[in-house]
Design a protein around this ligand. Sequence first.
Ligand code: GLV
Length: 309
Amino acid sequence: MAILFISDSDSPAEWLKELQELSPNIDFRVWPNLGNTDDIETALVWKAPPGALANLPNLSLIQSLGAGIDHIFSDPQLPTGVPIARLVDKELTRQMVEYSVLAVLNRHRRAETLREAASEHRWHVVPSTPLEQSRIGVLGLGEIGLSIAQTLASLGFIVQGWSRSPKTITKIKCYQGLGGLETMLSATDILICALPLTRATNAILSTNTLSLLPRNSYVVNLARGEHLVEEDLLTLINKGHLAGAFLDVFEKEPLPQNHPFWDHPNITVTPHLAGLTIAASAADQVVENIRLVGTGKPPLHQVDPRQGY
Ligand code: GLV
């Protein structure tokens, strides 16, 4: 049995080292050197080229190298019936939480105003924003969104969350459905998008939804660029309705050199690094999934192709 590794950004050497520590006799192949395709039972993937998984007759597990699996479902030749698993990893979640705290505090403590004053050598005291003017709304209450919401609540923020299915979470006011989304947005000063990318969530942040946010609110996107209609965001910021944004993901990545976000004084751009998979932390989940599938069981964190997450 062999593992096929395909990624445009993860290190095959690092993964091989971590997997070998757990399973010394591993047969590890790196795209595009497939060898005998009959041997390949597991594909470890991040943004595989379309069709890369199409002709593997014994493929029994497609394991994402990240939390998201939209990069797998976007393959028009994706084989059907093969279990697909996402990574749910403590380290990955921790990084996403850390990034959200950075973005929220950037807005809450008016870091941009302070940087601007410092650049002019101005001693400008900006008091902390009252918590009721930094109400947080988290879109998506899965593993990552929930941890973000709970951490921000533990820092004292007023936190609300929105998810597809109804949830009850201590200290977090939960909303669901279209009506719930509108209600939450109208009472959110800092919106954090932590949704999976599906047909239902593609372009969910557009003029229609973003203009429901109160004046001067702020948008954080650490999910996928396709959640946000970039032009709509820009227009709302330039019109003064939104105060700004903190963005890790974009419609096109790397963000094109001439993109208006780069130089915008109210937009912070980071290069899709909010949560980077660390092989040393995630390898045991991959080995466990191979073991589970090998004994006829479903893998951990299997995704439902009908829902797209
Ligand atoms: C990162 O974007 C991930 O899906 O893990």
